[in-house]
Design a binder for this molecule. Sequence first.
Ligand SMILES: [Zn+2]
Length: 346
Amino acid sequence: MDYPASYSPSRLHHQAMRALTPELRFDGGDVAVWQRKLRRRLVRLLGDLPETRVALRPRRLWRREHPLGTIEKIVFTSERHVDVPAYVCLPAAAKPPYPFMIALQGHSTGMHNSIGVQFEDETQPKAVEGDRDFGIGCMRRGIAALCIEQRAFGERRERLQQAVSTHPCHDAAMHSLMLGRTLIGERVYDVDRAIDYLHTRDDVDRGRIGVMGNSGGGTISLFAAAVLPRLAFAMPSCYFCTFQASIMSIYHCADNYVPGLLKVAEMPDIMGLFAPRPVVIVAGREDPIFPLKGVRQGFRDLRRIYAACGAEQHCHLVVGAGGHRFYAEEAWPSMLKEIRTRPAAR
Ligand SMILES: [Zn+2]
């Protein structure tokens, strides 16, 4: 039987979306004034976060030599009741203080992919597809990496609650909403605390800390870049698009949603909060969930924001020939050039 289109919820949602002009879209005026306004709004929309920062209490779990350098596994406290495990990858080919990339996995078995080892036994190597071994990719290029486990992924997957969804983020994303939080806000907070952790180390070039990740790691790379002033570089992969063409038109996990956000801004505006700092947007020509047409459309808007800052040359888009994955060979040359032309500072 045929049912009327008006029975489908998306009928209204798509009409409403098309009729909407987000309140704080960049309008070509003073960029700095616009950024301050939108950033303040965005921070509010990302939900409640602790007012005071707890002690990080970093603990080292192990340290191992690797053909490309040294890898340490650590854990630090992000907020009360919340600990974050991470790998610190130090390249043999460079000397401290190192530029650092904070590397974020998306929906996968977790951060062990960043260093190419098994989940259960980190002494055993694992072949990682789609260039998602971010820590190894950094070390190979003389860059240090802090590969953190994101909330609800890998080692931080829900294990206390008895009945959970089969999808790793669903419960955490929904529960955070009921508490006036968002999972995006919570994950960005972990990145902020990861920067705090890097600032406790004496081998870190504090002026050259960046963020990168694919898919759900690209999401948090983008939002972290938008609100965290201590980040100098961003390389979000297979996430940047327009909300209209992707998040609002194609099935995505609940951890992608921020209540009311589309009334305020589109995705290029969120990324535009990072201008004039260098960004390398990575996309896949065949990515079915972040369609290239939307990526290019969003990128045109993003370029306009960078141009208004006189920083068009720091706004890069690289498109890989395949699907939803990272493209190291295509992406790194632009990022390395940006990192190397920015003077080292402690
Ligand atoms: Zn998810």
